[in-house]
Design a protein around this ligand. Sequence first.
Ligand SMILES: Nc1ncnc2c1ncn2[C@@H]1O[C@H](COP(=O)(O)OP(=O)(O)OP(=O)(O)O)[C@@H](O)[C@H]1O
Ligand SMILES: [Mg+2]
Ligand SMILES: [Zn+2]
Length: 231
Amino acid sequence: MDIIPEKLKRNELERSMEKLKVAFDSIVYARCSKCQEEWQDSSLINGICEECIEKERYKKGKRFDNFKVTSSNKKAYTMADVFPNNDRGLYLWGGTGTGKSHLAQAVYNVLKKKTTDILYCNTPELLCEIRSSFNKLSSHTEKDLVDFYSEQDYLILDDFGAEKVSDYTIQTLYLIIDKMLRYGNNKILITSNLSLKVISNKMSDRIASRISEMCDIVYTGKNDWRLKLTK
Ligand SMILES: Nc1ncnc2c1ncn2[C@@H]1O[C@H](COP(=O)(O)OP(=O)(O)OP(=O)(O)O)[C@@H](O)[C@H]1O
Ligand SMILES: [Mg+2]
Ligand SMILES: [Zn+2]
């Protein structure tokens, strides 16, 4: 039986490593223009990653013309409808399934046609993303990301208050909201299951105070459409 000398084994290993390195080096990465993450260039479609395209597809179905207006959501509908054209923010809060995300997505779809300077974020996901910037390998710092979110012309924070409250979440949301307010941009649309009073007690009175300065506050009621849809 041939015994492979130690040296040869090592060379073979080196050759395989070389091949792998060449393969890795030939992969070109590019940044998705929406989530700012790096992806293999060939997987981006018009500069956007598949994850973001999927999210867009989901949002497309939610529009003002397929939102049924009732007495309990009329105010929310009207305020969401005028949101793109006034200089106030909007805080929609109410029970689960009352159409908050639907309206936020409808606003997004209207604004998306006018500007690229708009971001729609699920708040727990946004916090997760910023937290991952603490990782030494991340190409962004926490400050980069906070600036990126707060410098949008329009920022939609869906499911605000659904994240686990911690010093980190309070500090990060405070930084984003405070910066928008300081720069004179009120164009934030927030949806939440929590009243501002609860945000003030559970999270931070300083965040609640700033939201109330920037936003009109509208209650969306407690009629769960998801239950209606499954009947
Ligand atoms: N007025 C409405 N007309 C038509 N569909 C609606 C209406 N309100 C809600 N829906 C539909 O019901 C479902 C739940 O609504 P949505 O996701 O907007 O609720 P939500 O208030 O964001 O709930 P949660 O607090 O759980 O996030 C969605 O499919 C939405 O399109
Ligand atoms: Mg929602
Ligand atoms: Zn993306």
